[in-house]
Design a protein around this ligand. Structure first.
Ligand SMILES: Nc1nc2c(ncn2[C@@H]2O[C@H](COP(=O)(O)OP(=O)(O)OP(=O)(O)O)[C@@H](O)[C@H]2O)c(=O)[nH]1
Length: 539
């Protein structure tokens, strides 16, 4: 879905909300019969009134009716006070309340196009354009660098120093300057005429503090010395171009107000966050297992189970200890917030919340949550999931595929003759080869795919909603690519290869069975001569 689709859906939702708001206010007004003296029926009327006002207070601001929302919140607090003090309002008090509610309706009918109700495309939306990398230098080695970077999915072009003026029209995101063998002043002078510079990375043979300091003063953002550590360069480029993480952040929204929840979902979607809405708290645990949220956003007031109660139920399970639970509520009373947080939960966001505030709060929380999970689940050499985490993802995707009926495939990859790479070039070079394959996997797989380091030089990729043929094609293309990458070991270069097995899930598969099938296919690839991909079709 693109940004204009999202805006259109938000606008449709807002129109529906305005109609709903009018109807809810009219219903409240119709129910506002002045109560008599402390009869139980009066309490029930007040309870219903408080609930109705609370609902509007929590949602109106989100759709651009901040003043109306605040007014309903203040009326809600008034009714709450009557309820807390167990006293019936006087007829004057009640008439005043009725008047305020009528004023809200009148305001709504006069002003159905609130300013700033709908957020347009979010400034936080991820840029899906391919990053453009220019290489500036006169060495022939730039040619193989171009091939490598193109293979990783970047648009890449090599410019000689004398062609530096052409860099402007090409508008690169990153400029990698190879100054080896020439003085720094050469490229500094060559770039002086450009009005706008891309992010600069430098390959230099000056391996000194002074060399780096001087580079920083020329706005260089990454510094490399020969031999070029290709995986490190790839990592730096990924970092600087803010390429989206392998998977979009996931937020689970638990709110019984369907329109409000849908609005949040669309706002988050515009920021590149996937979210899923659950209206019924009793379904939350089940959805968490399939959706694996980074953050859970919980409405405080829900029928049958309050937000803090739901948070405590979630926290019963060890699996979810690291997932932040954020309340979203009109509650601004610090004492009540503290009470809710003391039960469970990690933070409060106050309704109404602006679209931008919601997006940035969720992005920050989700990022932190991922970082924490990563520290626990990620392999330090490659940044990929560890053995147990990727196995868990196989299980999650099998369960999801069973539910949706979609296909899921698992690929197992193993670097060929890795022991001899270690023995010939040393362990550090072996590590570099592992990181290169890891980077290639990160770069080449889709955001919905999962990839992990299964063992020393062995990797597992899980490809949901993917047929065996497609999975085979993806891995085969990656194999061809990997064999072309030049690995550097001091003055020597060499090429590494991998063998892979791909298996599709069958209807009765457990995690172990599907992994065993991929392992068997990989074994056949090794037996068949290595540097190949073998697929196993299962019913
Ligand atoms: N550099 C490095 N080596 C590792 C790491 N983990 C495991 N290894 C080495 O990887 C090698 C794996 O070798 P083998 O399983 O015998 O297989 P292979 O040499 O890859 O041969 P085939 O798989 O049959 O093509 C062993 O020598 C391990 O010590 C690591 O993190 N870094």
């Amino acid at each position: 879905m693109n940004d204009s689709d999202i805006d259109w859906q938000l606008e449709t939702l807002r129109r529906q909300y305005v109609e709903r708001l009018k109807n809810e206010l009219k219903a409240l007004l119709a129910d506002m019969q002045p109560p008599g003296d402390a009869a139980t029926g009066d309490r029930a009327t007040l309870e219903a009134l408080r609930h109705g006002l609370h609902r509007i207070a929590g949602s109106a601001g989100t759709f651009g009716f901040a003043q109306l929302g605040a007014s309903c919140r203040s009326m809600e607090l008034q009714v709450q006070e009557w309820l807390d003090e167990r006293r019936s309002p006087t007829s004057d008090d009640f008439a005043a309340l009725l008047e305020r509610a009528r004023a809200c309706l009148a305001q709504l009918e006069a002003d159905t196009l609130p300013a700033g109700a709908v957020s347009t495309s979010s400034p936080l939306a991820a840029d899906s354009r391919r990053a453009r990398i220019a290489i500036l230098g006169d060495h022939q080695q730039s040619r193989s660098l171009v091939t490598t970077l193109k293979g990783l999915g970047y648009a890449c072009h090599w410019f000689l120093m004398q062609e530096a003026a052409e860099l402007g029209p090409w508008s690169a995101d990153i400029l990698l300057i190879d100054e080896t063998g020439s003085p720094r002043s050469r490229w500094v002078k060559a770039l002086a005429g450009l009005s706008k510079l891309p992010t600069l990375l430098l390959l230099s043979d000056e391996d000194t503090f002074q060399g780096r300091l001087d580079a920083v003063r020329h706005e260089v953002k990454g510094y490399f010395t020969p031999p070029l550590d290709m995986p490190a360069l790839e990592q730096r480029i990924r970092h600087l171009t803010h390429l989206p993480e392998q998977e979009a952040y996931r937020v689970l929204i638990v709110d019984d107000d369907a329109q409000l929840a849908e609005h949040y979902r669309l706002v988050l979607l515009a920021s590149g966050i996937d979210s899923q809405v659950v209206a019924d708290p009793s379904q939350v645990l089940e959805v968490m297992h399939t959706f694996q949220p980074d953050v859970v956003l919980i409405d405080i007031n829900m029928p049958g189970c309050s937000g803090p109660e739901l948070a405590r139920v979630i926290r019963l399970d060890e699996d979810w200890l690291r997932v932040p639970l954020i309340y979203l509520s009109v509650e601004t009373d610090a004492h009540r917030q503290a009470l809710a947080l003391a039960q469970a939960g990690d933070d409060f966001l106050c309704k109404p919340i602006s679209d931008e505030a919601l997006s940035s709060a969720m992005l920050a929380r989700a990022k932190r949550s991922r970082q924490l999970s990563a520290a626990l689940d990620r392999d330090s050499l490659t940044g990929l999931m560890k053995h147990s985490a990727i196995k868990e993802m196989v299980e999650v995707e099998i369960a999801r595929a069973r539910r949706s009926g979609a296909a899921v495939c698992v690929a197992m990859l193993d670097i060929d003759h890795f022991k001899s790479i270690n023995d010939t070039y040393g362990h550090a070079v072996g590590d570099q080869v592992i990181r290169r394959l890891a980077n290639l996997l990160k770069q080449r797989l889709r955001r919905v795919d999962h990839v992990g380091r299964y063992g020393g030089e062995e990797f597992v990729a899980v490809l949901p909603s993917c047929t065996l043929e497609d999975a085979y094609r993806v891995i085969e293309r990656m194999r061809q690519h990997f064999q072309e990458l030049e690995c550097v070991a001091g003055p020597k270069t060499f090429h590494a290869t991998f063998s892979a097995g791909v298996a599709s899930m069958n209807t009765r598969d457990t995690t172990e069975m599907l992994l065993d099938a991929a392992d068997l296919a990989m074994y056949r690839a090794k037996r068949g001569g290595r540097n190949r991909v073998v697929k196993i079709e299962r019913d």
